[in-house]
Every structure is written in structure tokens, then in C-alpha cells.
Design a protein around this ligand. Structure first.
Ligand code: GLU
Length: 282
């Protein structure tokens, strides 16, 4: 399918960046150059009249670094303390970077409970609408400081798809440390092939994702495929692209054959709440 055709009218775009993309692997410190390039692309899209939402991880990673905690903490309260410290730092950096381009950013922290509750979900949706109308660029994360194991989204791939569904985005771009979805783990199997386009997510494909290279973050490929299921059912196309080069964002939106496109097919029965309740029923 002609990607230019698919991408040409995209107006409301959600971009997800993970901790492994926004930090230096050697030190765990923020990769400022990458963040700067990301912000520049998003600010420019906003200048071009698009509505942009950034879902950014990194709160725990940045907080850990600030507190000089070497290992990823296992204790819930330490993780949550790190998130509280790191989220503020992360926002400070985003705010400064967006301000360079005269853009106002806004912090939106979401929990699963907020999304399950009808009133809160509706409030969140209208707040997003208003923020976008005002021309701001919301930066979203899970509210890691209060979410507990039982009720957390856990990975921001899922969260970004939920946000895309909530705000009726046309496109979700998940930046990964891989070029897209492969038939097998490309680091282990040299014959693994990049899949350009996926029309329907089958059970077989989901099983493949479980084997195919999980990246360093919490998400992994399986989480990205289940995010695609939510985004596609809600009517948004989703692309997994490599975040090592931020120009990939521009390439995706220009319609270049890059990464893996998971095609939207609006499911008339789609109700966000069913997805949110799914894990609870299991
Ligand atoms: N919300 C977590 C954080 O900001 C990250 C979740 C994820 O890695 O997907 O640290």
C-alpha cells in the first residue's frame, strides 16, 4: 500500500519514546541531543498545524540517575520515589527544549484507575482536547508514583495506545531500538526479515512477537503488538520505527517505507473500557 496515501491526512499524532531511546546506554544520563531533535520535529509538526502528543518514559531512569542508584530498584517505594524525582526533571528538560521553539508543553500523568472510571476518563479526554486546541504539546506518562503493581499499565507502549484511542488520534508512532517488527529476533537470526506492513494482527503474529527481540525497556515487541491491536481497533494507524535517528519521525509522516505499519481498521465494537478491564477479568 502506498504509504504517502496512508499518511497524507494525519492530523492528530501520538509519539511514544522509551527510556532506552532517551538515555545514553553507557551512563544512563539523558541523551539531550536526541531529545532536542525529537522536540524540534514535534514543534515543527505543531507549527504545520498538526496536533501532537508525546508519551515519554524515563521517569524512573532519570530519577535513579539523579539519586545515583546503580541498579534498577526492585522495591516499589524506591521505584516510586525515583519516578517522582525523575518525572519532574524530565519535564523541566522538555519544557526548556520546547520553549526554544516557542511551544508550551503540559504534563499529563495517567493511571489505569483514572482511565477505568467513566467520569475521570471523560475529563481526561476533554482536557486533552482543550490542551490541543490551545496549541500545547502534552507530555504524558503513567503516574508511577501512585500506581501500584496491580493496577499499573506497566509499559508505556500500552499507555500510548490507550492515549491514542482516548483522543481519537490518526497515527501512533512508537520509537523503538529496532527498525520495526521482524519475523524473528534480528540480533539472533540473520535471516529475520523486517515486515513493512501488517494488515491484521493474528494470534500467530502475536506469538511471533513474543519470540522476536524484546528491546531494553519494559515494553518489548509483544507489548508493541498488543499496543497496535488497541490503536488499530480504535482507528489509528501505528508505526514502529527506530528512534536512533529522529529523522525517522519525519520520514514516517512523509510516507516513506520505514519501520512497520500496522494498519487501522476501525472496529465498530471498540470500547476503550473493554481493553482496560481485560486484564482484570483474567
Ligand atoms: N513509566 C515508566 C517511567 O517513566 C516507564 C514505563 C516503560 O518503560 O514503558 O519510568
Amino acid at each position: 500500500m502506498d504509504r504517502t496515501e496512508v499518511m497524507k491526512d494525519k492530523k492528530r499524532i501520538v509519539v511514544k519514546i522509551g527510556s532506552s531511546t532517551l538515555t545514553h546506554p553507557e551512563t544512563g544520563d539523558m541523551d539531550l541531543e536526541k531529545m532536542e531533535r525529537l522536540v524540534r520535529v514535534l514543534a515543527d509538526w505543531s507549527n504545520a498545524g498538526k496536533e501532537v502528543v508525546l508519551v515519554s518514559s524515563g521517569a524512573i531512569a532519570v530519577g535513579r540517575k539523579a539519586m545515583n542508584i546503580k541498579e534498577r530498584p526492585k522495591e516499589q517505594d524506591v521505584k516510586q520515589a525515583c519516578a517522582a524525582i525523575g518525572q519532574a526533571r524530565l519535564m523541566m528538560v522538555y519544557q526548556r527544549l520546547f520553549a526554544e521553539y516557542n511551544k508550551i508543553t503540559a504534563q499529563v500523568l495517567i493511571t489505569k484507575d483514572t482511565m477505568i472510571n467513566d467520569t475521570m476518563r471523560r475529563n481526561a479526554r476533554s482536557t486533552f482536547s482543550r490542551l490541543l486546541e490551545l496549541g500545547t504539546i502534552p507530555v504524558v506518562n503513567e503516574n508511577d508514583t501512585v500506581a501500584t503493581d496491580e493496577i499499573e499499565f506497566g509499559d508505556n507502549d500500552t499507555l500510548s495506545a490507550i492515549v491514542a484511542a482516548l483522543i481519537h488520534a490518526d497515527l501512533l508512532i512508537i520509537l523503538s531500538d529496532q527498525d520495526g517488527f521482524f519475523t524473528d529476533d534480528p540480533r539472533k537470526n540473520p535471516d529475520a526479515k523486517l515486515v513493512n506492513e501488517i494488515d491484521y494482527i493474528t494470534d500467530e503474529l502475536e506469538a511471533m512477537a513474543k519470540g522476536a527481540g524484546s528491546d531494553v525497556g519494559t515494553g518489548g515487541m509483544a507489548a508493541k503488538v498488543s499496543a497496535a491491536r488497541i490503536a488499530n481497533d480504535a482507528g489509528a494507524d501505528m508505526v514502529i520505527a527506530n528512534g536512533a535517528d529522529m529523522n525517522n519521525l519525519r520520514r514516517v509522516v512523509e510516507g516513506q517505507q520505514i519501520g512497520t505499519l500496522f494498519k487501522a481498521h476501525r472496529n465498530a465494537d471498540f470500547h476503550l473500557i473493554n481493553y482496560l478491564m481485560k486484564d482484570r477479568a483474567e
